[in-house]
Structure formats: C-alpha cells, structure tokens
Design a binder for this molecule. Sequence first.
Ligand code: PLP
Length: 369
Amino acid sequence: MKYPIVRPVLPQNSGYFSRLEQVFERRWLTNNGPMHQELEEKLADYLGVKHLMLVANGTLALQVAYQALNLGEKVLTTPFSFAATASSLAWQHHQCQFVDIDKHSLNIDPMAITPAQWQQYDGVVATHVFGNPCAVETLEQHAEQSRTKVIYDAAHAFGCRYKGRSLLEYGDASTLSLHATKIFHTVEGGAIVFKREQDLLTAKQMINFGFDDKQFPQFAGINSKMSEVHAAMGLSLLEQIDEIQQQRMGSVALYQQQLASVVELQAWASHSENNGAYMPVILRSEAELLHVMAFMTEQGVQTRRYFYPSLSQVPCYGMQGETPIANDISLRILCLPLYHGLQREDVLSICDALKAALASFEQVKGRAK
Ligand SMILES: *Cc1c(COP(=O)(O)O)cnc(C)c1O
C-alpha cells in the first residue's frame, strides 16, 4: 500500500541504541528503573501536568485508574470510542450505560445525561475523540454536584491544551496510550494523570502487585509496569516530539483546507487546537463510505473505519442506552492516512483520491437510478 493508514514513528539517530546499551550494562531491565523515572519526569514536564505515572499500555491505564479511584459498578460512557474504553469497564464488571454523542464534536453529549442519571451513576468515562476536548466544564460541574467521578480516555489527546493548560489536568484522572500507532509512543505503553496525589500513590502501588515498601501486598494489585526498554524508546522520541507534532498538525491543517468543502469534518472545541492525532472525514452514507474505501484501496490509499461499530451495539458490552447519533456516525466515518513523514504532496494525492472516489460514487449512484 502506497499510503498506509499509520506508520509508527522511529527515533531518528542512534540515541535509542546507546540507551539500550546503558540498560544492558546496568541489567536493571524493569521495576521503576532510571529510564522509567527519567521518562516519567520529562513527560510530566513536557505535558505540563503534576501527577503522571507510566503504565504498560493504555488499556491498563484505564483499568488501573478505575481501581485507584474505586469506581463503582454503574458507569456512564461513550459509544463512540475505541473498543478498549468499554472493554476495560466490562472486564472489571462495571455496567456500561451508553450516552449519545454530539454529532459535531463526536464527544459524549453532557445534555444527554439526565439529572437522575447524574445521581444514580458513580462515574463517567468519556473519550476526547481524536483529541478534541470534551465539554469538560459542563461535565465536571454536574459531576461535582452529584459526586460523580470523571475519567477521560485521553488516548488521542497527547499534547492537547485547553484554555492554556494541559487537557489532561481535567477530570479525576486522564489516561494516555503510548502505543506504537499513537503520536508519541513507547512501542507499548500508557500513562495516567491523576488530579490528586493520593490517587497517584495508590495507583503506583497497585501496578506493582499492591506491594508496600516492605514487599508486603497490602491489597490485590496487578503488574502494569513499563520496562526500561520501552521507556528508552519514549526518551528517544521525546527528543523529536515538537517536530513530530508540528508536522502532523501541518498535515491535518492541509487536509482540512483541501477537504472542508468536500466532506463533513469534526468540529473542534474553541480554546483548543487540533493536535494532529487523526484525520477523520464524515461521509453521507455507509454505501458512500464502502465505495470510497474500496476505490481508495485500489489507488493505494489505506483508510480505516474508526470508530466502528458503535460500542452500544456490541453485545459483550451490554448494549444499554439509546445512541442514535453515535450509531449513525459510526456507519459513515473514515480516517485517512496520517503519520510522521507524510509529505505535503502525499496529502494532496490522498485528497485527490478521495475526491475521485466521491465523484465515482455519484456516477455509480446515477447509473443505479
Ligand atoms: C489506543 C487507544 C486505547 C488503548 O490503548 P492501548 O495502549 O493500545 O492499550 C484506548 N482508548 C482509545 C480511544 C485508543 O485510541
């Protein structure tokens, strides 16, 4: 495929290998080693957050956050997210009540949560979809009044700022995925940002089997530690992060300029800037989407249905809640290639392929009449 949907970014120079040599020399391969500590500190600094911890992946970040916050059984969540958002809840026996999304922002719609639900549910797990900030103020105002916990799946929101500060500072906790396909990664990895230091300390103990400082398990924990080898990748990529992010933001800006009058685009929150995580386009119907996908594949452009299906229509997640908007959007949304190294000409060719695909669909439709 000429243009894959994603292409993991790799460190530019040999810095990664010299870091690996240091790890080998020390033979300290995991368990809060020096690379891990350095990455934790530098990442918190780069993102502008206080209580950040690294974990083994973004799904465990969610699960550990739920446990550390002692999240109750009944949880409100979004149907428009990656499977991990709902599966992490279901895995820990939370009941998911799906709340519909706003059709412009694609984020959970706070207005779709009734006053009774705010009272009855213990928490809200919301995704900043494609990095676009949720209605954080409205959500948290209701949450405060009803003592509902708020956890953001911020897997797409690396480097996102809202009203001049890190988006990750909102909610009781926000989680990141540092998976190979994300803007910034450690091959596999994740992070949690807590509002309160106490929750961070609990979670740090939790990811190391619940051991206290005498290696006594105070509570049932889990292993969700990041290794030195993974942290070394993070440290190497962090040296290039400004360039990586700028380039991706540039690609998104160009895509938007080319496609604004061609397809429907996600509406971004004010007081925030698109962080260049994804390039979704909303088509008019699923038939159009399927045609476009097939057409673009033939032209060497890989696209991906993301997110599909709507999580409220997946039996193993309980299918609780009416979410017509999410169900409709998930049938006709498509992500275009976006990765570090994608050139201006590449974006223009992909846009041309999309325009040709749309024109071809119109022809096919015309013939069918
Ligand atoms: C990638 C992703 C996750 C899961 O992260 P992993 O590191 O792959 O476990 C969770 N939620 C969303 C929205 C994601 O995109």
